[in-house]
Design a protein around this ligand. Structure first.
Ligand code: ADP
Length: 257
């Protein structure tokens, strides 16, 4: 029966496409796994030589007999290797977080205290640019989070706000309890061009205006920040601020004991 043959043909073609799609999905997963493994391995292999370079350059810099030129060279080695070490640390963090290998140890914490400590640590950088930094948070703000990781999240957001806000601007950290703990880091800085917000949390992504202005960065901080927030069962988003600049909002589970 030609109808049955047609039907069989159709079914075979459909099955064939289905299997091709499955195969493509499997290959994509395998590729992602190999890529992560490679990033992890390369960063590990870079870590040890880098710490050796750093500790030797520090030793060199301690030598009072250095000439001006030698000191200058040793300083360049120190600065560049420090930058590279941060990059490698970020890559390792990200690889671990994405592979679910980073241990997150959530405990009841005072979010308000962590916010104040973070802001305090960024004050010198903010003052150097005459930025007004304000914290608006209730004293009682119990969050369920890993202290080291939450600190990293806050550091990233506040240091970005400081970095991407020109002289004389303002950075405001607001926090409140709405069932969850909601933390907002707002600034009056350069903002993010329309259409680029959804890519901010992709690794290595840097917005076109940040690149154009020549602000230094790797595009890894927000990817790490998001991975940490996700690992806490939380949520992070970015939006344009009311007048100018940007606002980053983090939602984390409150602690109820
Ligand atoms: P970077 O090392 O480039 O700062 P991040 O991952 O922390 O990397 O941020 C990714 C990009 O998001 C930045 O390059 C910048 O374009 C944009 N961005 C982050 N924070 C802000 C902010 N507060 N204001 C404007 N743009 C920002």
């Amino acid at each position: 029966d030609p109808d049955v043959l047609d039907l069989l043909d159709g079914v075979c073609a459909h099955l064939g496409r289905h299997m091709e799609r499955r195969r493509a999905e499997e290959l994509a997963l395998e590729l992602a796994r190999v890529k992560d493994e490679l990033v992890g391995m390369v960063s590990h292999e870079l870590r040890n030589p880098l710490s050796a370079i750093r500790s030797y350059s520090e030793t060199l810099l301690d030598d009072p007999a250095l000439t001006g030129e030698q000191r200058h060279l040793a300083e360049v080695i120190d600065r560049r290797s420090t930058h590279m070490q941060h990059l490698v640390d970020d890559l390792l963090d990200l690889a671990r977080l994405e592979a679910g290998q980073m241990s997150i140890d959530p405990q009841p914490l005072s979010a308000a205290r962590l916010i104040r400590e973070t802001v305090q640590a960024q004050r010198p950088a903010a003052e150097a640019k005459q930025l007004t930094v304000t914290v608006d948070a209730p004293r009682h703000l119990p969050v369920l989070a890993d202290p080291v990781r939450l600190r990293q999240v806050l550091d990233n957001l506040v240091s970005n706000a400081v970095k991407y806000t020109p002289e004389g601007g303002a950075v405001t950290v607001t926090a409140r309890l709405t069932g969850d703990v909601v933390i907002e880091v707002a600034d009056t800085g350069i903002g993010v061009p329309p259409g680029e917000h959804h890519r901010l949390f992709d690794r290595f992504f840097r917005a076109s205006n940040a690149v154009r202005k020549g602000t230094k960065g790797t595009g890894l901080g927000l990817a790490i920040t998001k991975a940490i927030v996700d690992a806490h069962g939380g949520h992070i988003s970015a939006a344009p601020a009311a007048t100018a600049g940007s606002v980053f909002t983090v939602v984390l589970p409150a602690s109820h004991d």
